[in-house]
Design a protein around this ligand. Structure first.
Ligand SMILES: [Zn+2]
Ligand SMILES: [Zn+2]
Length: 177
């Protein structure tokens, strides 16, 4: 019986043999799959401060995606340079952000809202951990678990994570490549 095309790809075995495929041929797990998509999406980002991508997922299906950049139709940082503002947290730490830019997580939520897609009880994959402002919105739209790759000022969100019960889990792609 002919094997399905997918089973054959990348390996000369018949599928009946029990053997370990090499790292190159190993099938991606779900977390790596969605985080890889988030990294691909981050390549559309336009803010020169950093390129972030996000993917909202439920039941292994992508519901919405976003990357950081200026609102539709407005000049991107690529063209007009970032405009940085500083805000001071109650503990005295100073945060810098770009006034032009909507963060990747908020853009994914906006895309879902625009198309009437419910994202309640979904998860989000983000190439970096969320800032405190995005975390507040993620809590209120009903995200259950936030998967992130690189930590970003993660100490600023400790208290909010503890109080809200939303889960934050690292999917470090450096360990999966
Ligand atoms: Zn910018
Ligand atoms: Zn943010």
């Amino acid at each position: 019986m002919a094997m399905p095309e997918e089973t054959k790809t990348g390996c000369s075995c018949t599928g009946d043999e029990k053997h370990e495929h090499s790292e190159v041929e190993k099938r991606l797990g779900w977390h790596e799959y969605f985080m890889s998509v988030a990294h691909l999406i981050s390549r559309r980002a336009t803010c020169t401060r950093g390129h972030i991508g996000s993917v909202i997922v439920r039941d292994h299906s992508i519901l919405s995606t976003g990357y950081n950049g200026a609102p539709a139709g407005l000049p991107h940082c690529n063209d007009s340079n970032c405009r940085i503002y500083r805000s001071t947290h109650p503990d005295g730490t100073v945060e810098e952000n770009c006034v032009n830019t909507i963060h990747a997580e908020i853009n994914a939520i906006a895309q879902a809202a625009k198309h009437g897609v419910s994202i309640k009880d979904s998860d989000i994959y983000i190439t970096a951990s969320p800032c405190i402002h995005c975390l507040k919105v993620l809590i209120n739209v009903g995200i259950k678990t936030i998967y992130y790759d690189k930590p970003y000022k993660i100490e600023n969100i400790d208290e909010l994570l503890r109080l809200s019960g939303i889960k934050l889990v690292q999917v470090n792609m450096a360990h999966n490549q």
